[in-house]
Design a protein around this ligand. Structure first.
Ligand SMILES: NC(=O)c1ccc[n+]([C@@H]2O[C@H](COP(=O)([O-])OP(=O)(O)OC[C@H]3O[C@@H](n4cnc5c(N)ncnc54)[C@H](O)[C@@H]3O)[C@@H](O)[C@H]2O)c1
Length: 462
């Protein structure tokens, strides 16, 4: 290995967080050697190819610019660990599906396996950075595994949770609202925090780099996601009331958002939040509260997830009701399957719940998404019923009884809706689960339009 690099940084876990984060570090820190390692050989092969395993605007350009210079991808974890000074751990921490805490607690098996591998392969002490989102006090368990080594090696643990949002990951990493670094208060712990902060000072203003205790840092990540999800569930709960009363949820959210104490962001009603993190992190918070006997607090946060499930369920019930109480054997065009625009990620996408419920009603689905078709096929591979996948929205809509927007991809806003209407069954239904189309124009064109949290615009009495 070249010894022109001043530091060796390793990230274990080459996913949606590890991949983009390390690409940005490599870009801004040419004097560091940045290696990304994973047990998934297919993923690493893809990172080393022209077809990256994940889609993020701007990611490919960054990777192509730095790969082979100071950015490397490998499955050889033992060598990478041996050579590293700093190890970011960015493995997945899904909700446990078995045993105690199933359905709520984090499954920490991947994290612990990584810690044991670090101990096994290390020949020198290192800083181990928790990049994955973890239950508060995980650093304690991690520390016990790492310090139990018989080689006399000293490991320092630092918490540095990631706040990027998929779809805008590169922008979020380049211009973060803040970088949070938690460590122990002793001299060694603070020195480790400083060393991690030093990486970020290459491109982040110093006043945006916040340092806290380990426990505050671990908890902050869970709380940040819980607050973001809570805003979505809050406005979605109001959307249900708007539909009953004739109020318009966009007008309500705009008016409340102008209050600076509330703020305008994350107040758009829709079919609900998705992605791998919000639900899992809130459920983890719920589990922690229950563990500490804080049952009222647990129930409060669990209701955020319950409203989210309710919103997707309510959307399909509204569809069935509008379409004369049956969708059986009707072709439904699903525009968008990714959990949000600009990503191919479909983990916890509300589109899956909507599609499964429509299939249970025996509807026939034609699913279209610009980036998420491969994942959509995997997600629905066991689904019983008639499901077609196409990258062409006009093909998906051909002969359909209804068009359903489930992801706010910009390209769906500029489709030729007259052409689509000409090929739809009549009466033509359009359900906008993201309130991202011009409803008045579509109604004038001849559609029966059903937004979220706004009065329906139908050519017959709905
Ligand atoms: N996806 C997001 O938007 C986001 C944002 C912030 C934080 N997070 C958190 O970051 C963590 C990672 O999330 P992600 O979306 O990147 O997950 P991911 O599933 O995309 O990637 C995790 C990777 O870790 C690898 N891995 C698992 N065990 C391993 C081991 N023992 N050795 C080497 N590699 C191993 C997996 O093969 C996988 O490629 C999670 O804790 C998540 O909650 C995610």
């Amino acid at each position: 290995m070249s010894n022109t690099f001043t530091k060796n940084i390793l990230c274990i876990g080459a996913g949606y967080v590890g991949g983009p984060t390390m690409a940005v570090i490599a870009e801004h820190c040419p004097e560091y050697r940045v290696t990304v390692a994973d047990i998934n050989a297919q993923r690493i092969e893809a990172w080393n190819s022209d077809e990256l395993p994940i889609y993020e605007p701007g990611l490919k350009e960054l990777v192509l610019r730095n790969r082979g210079k100071n950015l490397f991808y490998t499955t050889d974890i033992p060598s990478a660990v041996r050579e590293a000074d700093i190890i970011f751990v960015s493995v997945n921490t899904p909700t446990k599906t078995f045993g105690s805490g199933a359905g709520k607690a984090s499954d920490l098996q991947f994290l612990e396996r990584t810690a044991r591998q670090i101990v096994e392969c290390s020949e020198s002490g290192k800083i181990v950075v928790e990049k994955s989102t973890l239950p508060v006090r995980t650093a304690q368990a991690l520390s016990r595994v790492l310090q139990a080594n018989t080689k006399g090696l000293k490991f320092r643990i630092v918490s540095n949770p990631e706040f990027l949002a998929e779809g805008t990951a590169i922008h979020d990493l380049e211009s973060p609202d803040r970088v949070l670094i938690g460590g122990t208060s002793d001299e060694g712990g603070q020195a480790a925090v400083e060393e991690i902060a030093e990486i970020y000072t290459h491109w982040v203003q110093k006043d945006k780099i916040i340092t806290t205790s380990l426990w505050s840092s671990e908890l902050t990540k869970l709380v940040a996601n819980a607050f973001l999800a809570q805003r979505i569930s809050s406005i979605n709960s109001i959307s249900a009331l708007c539909e009953k009363t004739g109020a318009d949820v966009d007008q309500v959210s705009q008016a409340i958002g102008l209050d600076q104490r509330i703020g305008a962001k994350f107040l758009r009603a829709g079919i609900g939040f998705g992605g791998s993190c919000f639900k899992k992190d809130i459920l983890n918070l719920v589990y922690l509260c229950e563990h500490y006997g804080l049952n009222e607090v647990a129930q409060y946060w669990e209701s955020v997830v319950n409203i989210n499930d309710y919103q997707a369920r309510r959307f399909v019930e509204k569809m069935v009701d509008a379409m004369f109480n049956t969708v059986t054997d009707k072709r439904i065009a699903i525009l968008g399957f990714a959990f949000k625009a600009n990503t191919g990620d479909t983990r916890e996408t509300p589109a899956l719940a909507v599609c499964q419920q429509l299939l249970a009603e025996k509807a026939n689905l034609a699913i279209c998404d610009p980036k998420a078709l491969v994942n959509a096929k995997n997600d629905l591979c066991d689904a019983l019923g008639n499901v077609e996948f196409t990258a062409d929205p006009y093909q998906a809509c051909k002969g359909a009884h209804a068009v359903v927007i489930l992801t706010d991809w910009p390209e769906f806003q500029t489709l030729d809706y007259q052409r689509i209407l000409d090929n739809l069954q009549k009466p033509a239904f359009l359900f906008d689960g993201r309130n991202c189309l011009n409803h008045e124009a579509l109604f004038q064109m001849g559609y029966n339009v059903f937004p979220i949290g706004k009065p329906a615009q139908a050519h017959f009495a709905p």
